[in-house]
Design a protein around this ligand. Sequence first.
Ligand code: G1P
Length: 221
Amino acid sequence: MLEKRVKRQLLDEVQAICPKDVTIMQVRQGEAKGLGHAVLCALPVVGNSPFAVLLPDVIVDGYDCNLAKDNLAKMVKLYAKNQLSQIMVEPVPMNLVSNYGIADVDGKTLSAGASALITNIIEKPNQTEAPSNLSVVGRYVFNPAIWDCLKRTPLGAGDEIQLTDAIALLMQQQQVQAHHISGRSHDCGNKLGYIQAFVEYAMRDKILGADVKQILKNLVN
Ligand code: G1P
């Protein structure tokens, strides 16, 4: 229909949503049993291969950082080199650690784009038990050995099967690396994070940005 009506720009936009060489398969998690359980539901379609997990309520934002678009690509490359699972991390203020999986890299500080072996990982710790302030951002590349760990993971935080707990089990048999994000993430899993991402992206939009800023200014004044 768009082609017939010569709505070229709209047509391009719609077609660009899914690249031509990508096949989408969907698996339904019938019960709310946690992220680890959700990932395990994908075992029949992924099979015994390395794979990536991307949590779509986390947006990785490049801002002006050229490296940001390569975050996951870099993790895949690192995996190809050493076959070690890669977990993206980003520092958060200590008062927010209980919202995330928290990883420790032997007390080291990581710079953007750097990697280190994880020495400890805990799902949603309180401030006193948190081993660091490095939060798990929602981008993972896994060695297929994680499948067996997921199968063995008992209920954890929130009475759910936690992916973080499966990673801790994996660490008992092989090393796992943390990879520090280049750029910044937006946690759209909470309302304020979602609002902030929406406003920031709208303000930066090439076509709408100037008008959006004006609207916001008018609202604030
Ligand atoms: C999940 C993960 C957590 C991770 C977070 C990132 O938590 O369990 O380890 O830090 O995503 O957003 P959820 O947001 O589903 O509570």
